[in-house]
Design a protein around this ligand. Structure first.
Ligand SMILES: *[C@@H]1O[C@H](CO)[C@@H](O)[C@H](O)[C@H]1NC(C)=O
Ligand SMILES: *[C@@H]1O[C@H](CO)[C@@H](O)[C@H](O)[C@H]1NC(C)=O
Ligand SMILES: *[C@@H]1O[C@H](CO)[C@@H](O)[C@H](O)[C@H]1NC(C)=O
Length: 362
């Protein structure tokens, strides 16, 4: 009789653990986009070439109106879009009033961000919150570990000991230079403010990967320095607010010491320029998250790997720029703080053709 109860108890525990683990896994699968889309699956094979869905808010976000053709564009059309983006980038890199924000040295920090696929001569610079998990899967397939992106376990993608994706920083200086000079190089960007919202939600609100340091170390440090009213700074009760985060991000000088303390974790919110040094490294393509349905197949083709691998299918609507969401997040934030934030991130807006968010600044 006692055995039965023990057995029943053990089964209960196993069930609880399974429920916990399955929750964990399903959250991981989509968290790279910072949003959870219920009922949408990443397991459909092949990259879909959806024509862009006309959407007024998306059009406002488009780098140039002509980036949003009404018909599904051909790869040749997309070549022209990419060329225009590259021209804009190189002209903005020459803009001396943006120099402080756009020019960074190719430091170890930057080399740590770049993943190497020697088999296909590709370098990929990681820009978190912009669908990077999916691109890492593509590179893991190319490096020969798996035959299909859907076979790769989610936890392996971010396990840099085991995923077989070396960082550029792990190579010798002449090997680095050789690869920077000859390989196909790319990264992906999205609207800079939407990315910051996504980082805030992913790390400080949801924290789906159980990374306790964001809530336990980083949030309290930011609150101590940047929360306006210390009366409601009962840290554990309320957690980091978006306005604390914005004040921290906009404080160019003041945040340096904190950022050193936060180490690698700042990759989720430092500028694209700081992550990938796009004015120093001549990337072949800078894709846009907002047009990923066109950019993903274009990048595969341009890198010469479209016959070898496909990009995981893109859940509909997930790439759309949502201006009401941005307005909502900034609605309680003072104009002065928003202007400071923009001053800090305007390099990213200009380099990649995102219109400045005047609806927040006026
Ligand atoms: C250079 O950057 C400044 C500062 O944002 C901007 O106002 C100006 O229009 C830019 N110049 C050019 C030629 O794009
Ligand atoms: C660039 O940085 C230097 C040193 O930090 C500063 O003195 C200068 O005012 C900055 N220039 C611009 C245009 O922000
Ligand atoms: C945009 O964001 C708002 C506020 O977060 C949300 O209610 C709305 O459903 C979003 N729109 C789209 C098209 O995703």
């Amino acid at each position: 009789m006692r055995h039965h109860w023990l057995l029943l108890g053990a089964c209960g525990w196993v069930l609880l653990i399974l429920m916990f683990v399955s929750k964990f896994i399903s959250y991981r699968a989509v968290d790279d986009y910072g949003e959870r889309l219920a009922g949408q699956s990443w397991t459909l094979p092949g990259a879909k070439l959806n024509p862009p869905i006309p959407d007024s808010s998306q059009e406002k976000a488009a780098p140039q109106p002509s980036d949003q053709p009404s018909e599904a564009p051909t790869l040749t059309d997309w070549q022209a879009v990419t060329d225009r983006r590259n021209e804009l980038l190189s002209s903005m890199c020459k803009n001396s009033s943006l120099r402080n924000l756009t020019h960074v040295s190719i430091s170890k920090f930057v080399l740590d961000r770049i993943f190497v696929c020697d088999k296909q001569k590709i370098l990929f610079c990681q820009t978190p919150k912009v669908g990077n998990t999916q691109w890492k899967k593509v590179l893991i397939v190319l490096n020969g570990g798996y035959s299909d992106v859907n076979e790769i376990p989610e936890n392996l993608v971010h396990d840099h000991e085991k995923n077989g994706l070396p960082r550029l920083s792990s190579l010798k200086p002449q090997e680095i230079t050789h690869r920077l000079n000859t390989y196909f190089k790319f990264f992906i960007v999205r609207d800079p403010f939407e990315r910051l919202i996504s980082a805030f939600k992913d790390k400080f609100v949801k924290n789906p990967r159980f990374e306790p340091w964001y809530k336990h170390d980083i949030a309290p440090a930011i609150i101590r320095k940047y929360r306006k009213s210390h009366r409601d700074s009962s840290l554990s009760a309320s957690g980091l607010h978006f306005d604390d985060f914005v004040r921290y991000l906009g404080d160019v000088e003041g945040r340096r010491r904190l950022d050193r303390q936060f180490g690698e974790h700042i990759i989720h919110w430092v500028t694209y320029a700081e992550l990938c040094a796009p004015c120093e490294i001549h990337y072949s393509v800078v894709g846009h998250h907002e047009t990923l349905e066109q950019d993903a197949p274009y990048i595969l083709k341009a890198a010469g790997i479209d016959k070898l691998v496909s990009y995981p299918s893109i859940p509909p609507g997930i790439t759309h720029y949502n201006q009401s969401k941005v307005e909502h997040y900034f609605s309680t934030i003072g104009k002065r703080d928003i202007r400071r934030l923009f001053a800090r991130y305007q390099g990213d807006f200009h380099l990649f053709g995102y219109p400045s968010p005047d609806f927040l600044l006026d």
